[in-house]
Design a protein around this ligand. Structure first.
Ligand code: 5GP
Ligand code: ZN
Length: 117
C-alpha cells in the first residue's frame, strides 16, 4: 500500500526502533508509549485491520500470536503483558494497517473498560 505509514515502517522507508523482523512480520516500539514496554507487531503484508482478516491469513496471524510471548519476554515482560488490537471506528483504530499492541511494565495495568455502576 503506497500511502500506509506501517508499510513504510516495515519496509524501512520510515525509521523505527526495531524489536524483531522476519520474512513475514515486523515489530517496533510505539512512538508514544502508553506503558514502560509498548511495542507493536505487524504483518509485512498490508491488511488494513482485524476486520479484514480472512481464512487465507490463518498461518500469518497464527504465527504472530505464537511469536508474541517470546518477544514480550525479551522486552522484559516476565510477569505478564496485555495485547490490544484496535479495530475500525468503534475500536478507535488510528493506523489502518493491522497491528497488535503489546503493553507491559512492572506495575499491574489498569482495567481497560470501566464497568458501569
Ligand atoms: P491504533 O490506535 O491505530 O491502534 O494505534 C496506532 C499506534 O501507532 C499509536 O499508539 C501511535 O502512537 C503509533 N504510531 C503512529 N505513528 C507512528 C510512527 O510513525 N512510528 C511509531 N513507532 N509508532 C507510531
Ligand atoms: Zn500497510
Amino acid at each position: 500500500m503506497d500511502n500506509c505509514i506501517f508499510c513504510k515502517i516495515a519496509g524501512g522507508e520510515i525509521p523505527s526502533e526495531k524489536v524483531y523482523e522476519d520474512a513475514d512480520v515486523y515489530a517496533f516500539h510505539d512512538i508514544h508509549p502508553a506503558t514502560p514496554v509498548h511495542f507493536m507487531l505487524i504483518p509485512k503484508l498490508h491488511i488494513s485491520s482485524l476486520a479484514e482478516v480472512e481464512d487465507k491469513h490463518r498461518d500469518l496471524v497464527g504465527g504472530m500470536m505464537v511469536l508474541i510471548p517470546r518477544l514480550a519476554r525479551q522486552q522484559g515482560c516476565s510477569d505478564g503483558f496485555r495485547t490490544v488490537i484496535n479495530t475500525g471506528r468503534v475500536g478507535g483504530q488510528e493506523v489502518y494497517h493491522l497491528h497488535i499492541h503489546i503493553l507491559g511494565g512492572r506495575e499491574r495495568l489498569p482495567g481497560m473498560i470501566p464497568h458501569p455502576g
